[in-house]
Ligand binder design. Structure first.
Ligand code: UN1
Length: 508
């Protein structure tokens, strides 16, 4: 538990500073309803102070070598590893995902830090030949300046490092606003930056809600915004920032992801992959699958087995390692889940499993005030004109869609959504797998695996409504640097490419 007697402050310019306003908010354990800590809410003035500090820190920070900047990150890498269990428990207590997921979140964070800091010693850019023998051309990168990072609650340690690790090593400075549901994780990470002695102003933390985030996005001196979260907010940010010359937003948003299970699937792999894709993190990953597209030849066997697991899946205290599903994150998320479950019924769904209202006996002792739900699984015609087949719920809400015909029919159903983040195919037939690989509209694709669990050394990003083309994790580098195509003349005369004359002609 964070120190309950104090109201945690913002971390600005290397100091814990009191917020300009008098407002504060609490972090709550979604499994128990217990208060975990109280945090000051950042105002536009606080954001302004943080951005000024980051702006002042930028020239010296960019003046360090990549390797010197990375040294600070190695300090954070050590801390994340040494405090794995403790930080994993904080993640689990604050966002409700079970302990193996809480710890994996911290592991994913140190993997990202390791990638970014290790990359400092790797070649950056390319040497490119010129048409003119005496010219050398190179691709070089420069940092963009102050980067505003806005991160979600469901990966409260990993995703901040997707944003910040590469950003800092590339020579930018950061102002970070964590999700309002997970301020304690924000506090814990700011304490890490403080402990390793990152120069003042290079990293800054402001806590708060959407208004605090908006002040960061709107700030004139924040040219780059990294956002991971809901499509609704991401599109607002992308629209706003995109209309301002010189500004850039890299937004990673949700999905309406699917697992395709063909007539050539191994049934055990299909069930295992579908259960993990739909129910890990209680369905609250942006890569979670809310659609299972199953061939008619295997449909009945798959449906019966999947529904059996959904009826039995172990809900419980997320700190107990026998638990598979913890609670949802908050009351709003439970309400959204219930609304979409009702909508599914209204849109003609045949409900197979409805554990949206749990019996008292299913709720772990001492956890009555938590946000408990179980799986909601239904069958629907894949051609139904139904919002539940196209809109993201962000919960254990899963449609079983039976199809007939070949792999192209499955891909047609798969692509019938505005989103395009993650997807998976289960098949023993390589031709079906390759067809799906080439035509499924996703940024992250899997075969004979769940559609979750991307690793940091891959770019993480979606297509269509799921992202705006600047993937995060490894390839956030594209968003936080400007590339220069640089050409140097080694000769003593100017010669031009493309046969362009370099002669200066005058009247004489
Ligand atoms: C998210 O779904 O919100 O691919 C992020 C995964 C994780 C990250 C997911 N590495 O499941």
């Amino acid at each position: 538990m964070s120190n309950q007697s104090q109201i945690h402050r913002q971390y600005i310019d290397g100091e814990w500073r009191s917020s300009d306003g008098g407002e504060s908010f609490v972090s709550e354990n979604p499994a128990t309803g217990e208060m975990l800590g109280r945090f000051q809410e950042g105002t536009a003035t606080d954001v302004n102070r943080a951005v000024s500090a980051a702006t002042r820190a930028f020239p010296d920070w960019r003046g360090l070598s990549y390797i010197d900047r990375a040294e600070y990150l190695w300090g954070i890498f050590e801390e994340l590893r040494d405090r794995h269990r403790e930080l994993g428990e904080i993640v689990t207590m604050e966002c409700g995902k079970e302990i193996s997921e809480g710890k994996a979140d911290v592991t994913e964070a140190w993997h990202m830090v390791e990638w970014a800091a290790g990359n400092a010693r790797h070649p950056h850019g390319e040497v490119v030949p010129s048409e003119i023998a005496g010219k050398d051309s190179y691709m070089r990168r420069k940092p963009r300046g102050v980067v505003g990072c806005i991160t979600p609650w469901n990966f409260p340690v990993a995703i901040p490092f997707w944003h910040m690790a590469v950003t800092l090593v590339e020579g930018n400075t950061v102002v970070w606003k964590p999700a309002e549901q997970t301020p304690w994780c924000g506090q814990a990470l700011a304490e890490l930056f403080d402990a390793v002695g990152v120069p003042n102003g290079v990293f800054n933390l402001v806590q708060g809600f959407g208004e605090t985030g908006a002040a960061l996005v709107d700030h004139d001196d924040v040219d780059t915004v990294l956002f991971t979260g809901s499509a609704e907010v991401g599109h607002q940010i992308a629209g706003k920032v995109g209309s301002e010359p010189g500004k850039l937003a890299a937004c990673e948003m949700g999905g309406k992801n699917a697992v395709v299970i063909t007539e050539h699937a191994d049934l055990d792999i299909a069930i295992h992959s579908a259960v993990m894709s739909s129910f890990k993190t209680t369905g609250q990953r942006c890569v979670s699958s809310e659609r299972l597209i199953v061939h008619a030849d295997i449909y009945d066997a798959f449906r019966d087995a999947f529904a059996d697991v959904a009826r039995d899946i172990a809900l419980g205290d997320p700190l107990d390692d026998r638990t598979f599903m913890g609670p949802m994150v908050d009351a709003d998320q439970v309400e959204k889940f219930s609304e979409y479950n009702e909508l599914a019924k209204a849109e003609g769904a045949d409900v197979l499993v409805d554990r949206s209202q749990l019996d008292d006996a299913e709720i772990p002792d001492g956890h009555e005030a938590g946000y408990w739900v179980g799986p909601f699984v239904y069958e629907l015609d894949p051609d139904a004109d139904a919002r539940v087949l196209r809109e993201e719920v962000f919960g254990p809400h899963v449609a079983l869609l039976e199809y007939e015909g070949d792999i192209d029919r499955a891909i047609e159903i798969h692509n019938d959504t505005e989103y395009g983040l993650a997807g998976s195919i289960i098949s023993e037939d390589y031709r079906q797998i390759n067809r799906y690989r080439d035509y499924a509209e996703v940024g992250l694709g899997y075969a004979n695996l769940p559609c979750i669990g991307a690793e940091v050394q891959l770019p993480f990003g979606g297509v269509k409504k799921s992202g705006n083309g600047y993937p995060s994790a490894r390839e956030v580098i594209e968003a936080v640097t400007e590339r220069t195509a640089w050409t140097l003349n080694n000769g003593s005369e100017i010669q031009m490419a493309q046969g362009l004359s370099a002669d200066i002609k005058t009247g004489e």
